[in-house]
Design a protein around this ligand. Sequence first.
Ligand code: HPA
Length: 273
Amino acid sequence: MAADYRQTASWLRERLPLVPQAGVILGTGLNDLADHLEILFKMPYSEIPGFASSTAPSHKGNLILGKLGGVPILCLQGRFHFYEGYPMSTVVFPVRVIACLGVGTLIVTNASGSLREQYAPGSIIQLNDHINHMGTNPLIGHNDETLGERFPSLNDVYDREYLEICRQIAAELKIDLPQGTYIAVTGPSLETKAECAAFAGWGADLVGMSTVPEVIAARHAGMRVLALSVVTNYSNLFHDLEHSQEEIRQNANLAAENLRSLLAGFLRKLAKA
Ligand code: HPA
């Protein structure tokens, strides 16, 4: 039988040298953040009970405990996407493990396509809301009452205080950090022009294939969430250009340095709070 997230959390607690301040999911092209950590513990997903292994291009599969800005964080270097064929329970398993470790903050990063002309590739956007267009929900099925309630509210799903802290840090660092709404699709095919036009009309600013399941699972388990998205390409709404995997990686790398500074600043403030 697959390991339960609670068992995995107990198993990890015996191996981790300390309880981290926050969990961080590193998305496409942002895996390099791990190279800038003072690493205290690193383990491939394949050695952790209950973790699947990540198959997406440019996604590594490691759990890393390290310090950024002097603050200990537990990083998921590589995530499980629904489009890879994993059930939602597998996609959100690592988040639930982190919640069961007693970590109260989840920072989610991702790569997205832009539905707004002003959000050019290379921009970093703070998510202030989302639209779940994946046609499913990670909370469907038996509800683990000890983890969270049956019908959790998603009002202010992205923590207001965290949004404000990040806004202030961005201003101090002179990094442009607009806010936006993210729509999650399953992929793996990219969106048509008509879909992009519809999503923009619904109020979405960014489109991507991740994040929303993990954020729902985190909120269900009572974690506070900050999400930062790196725009890697314009959606089909603006260009007929095909976006290669290489192009997506290059744009994500452009923003990586700013993202690192923002995260370090945010973590320092969080640790002081
Ligand atoms: N669409 C969906 N997911 C994405 C995109 C996109 O244009 N860019 C990066 N992730």
